[in-house]
Write a protein of this length. Sequence first.
Length: 201
Amino acid sequence: MWIVLYLGRFAGTLRYNLDPFGLHSDAEVWAVLERVELKETVLERFPDRLGHLITERGENISVGQRQLLCISRALLRKSRVIILDEATASVDNATDQKIQSAIRTEFRDCTVLTIAHRLETIADSDLVVVLDQGQVSEFGSPAQLLEQEQEQELGLEQGLGRQQQEQQGQGVRAASAPNCMVRGVFKSMMESTVASSSADS
């Protein structure tokens, strides 16, 4: 099952989009909607409930609702391999938390491949592959990558210190400090996401 930000959908009812071949009962459909915290939204905002008509590409529902429906469909199909392609991009924080919670709890026994730019999205992953211009630049667990980042930062700071000493002796001001600031921000973000992941587990 591939869950992407803009997934093509059939124009049809909510139920048809979740179960196009009619293989599951209404009770099963409601159950998966409840598991992704979407049941109350359907009951309160969709007068026709499971019969609510969804237009082509889901343009009459929010981006967050589209993503939660995709997750519901995967749960209903009992998909064992899940590919998340920017699944939490362009959603508000509340919806992002719902999606993250559903992924972590409902897909914990599945193989999940996540394509993302947000660090918190991949903080729970067992392994992370970092791509730079199409090439693998880093590979390991979030904790291992954080450790590598700290080691690289130490080397950068030592090199910068030597550079500053040399340039100060020549009366030149060092211009590399912003790089340290950027890496420091990255380290802080990764530390917070790894710490949050550890606390949740």
